[in-house]
Design a protein around this ligand. Structure first.
Ligand SMILES: [Zn+2]
Length: 118
């Protein structure tokens, strides 16, 4: 299951960040996921809940920002967006295209609690 290994990778990154920064709890994680990644947001949230159990991320809310696929065609200069899965320009048919957006898989931001000093 693609989403489960992804959830494990996210949780590992979050744990490392927390250990380094002395954050004790994660409230919310905002994730940027490109459409090319074909991630099922619901499955990913579910998988994350499972892997986060017993870690600093337990109960954290996972917000997934899905970014659309955008290409730029080097032949005609047009930006091509949408659900397309082909790597060809819809304007001129050239395959000389560059992916501008759609492959993202990054933690955009996190809401955390740091250790309380009383
Ligand atoms: Zn083109």
């Amino acid at each position: 299951m693609h989403e489960l290994s992804l959830a494990e990778a996210i949780n590992k990154t979050v744990k490392e960040l927390c250990a380094r920064s002395e954050w004790v709890r994660v409230r919310r994680i905002v994730l940027k996921v490109g459409h090319m990644r074909q991630v099922d947001a619901e499955l990913l949230s579910f998988a994350f809940d499972v892997v986060a159990k017993g870690t600093v991320s337990e109960g954290a809310e996972l917000s997934i920002l899905e970014l659309p696929i955008v290409f730029r065609c080097h032949a005609c200069g047009k930006a091509i967006g949408g659900e397309g899965t082909t790597f060809a320009c819809t304007n001129c048919g050239s395959t000389n295209v560059e992916l501008l957006s759609g492959m993202e898989l990054t933690i955009e931001s996190m809401e955390v609690e740091s250790q309380q000093v009383l």
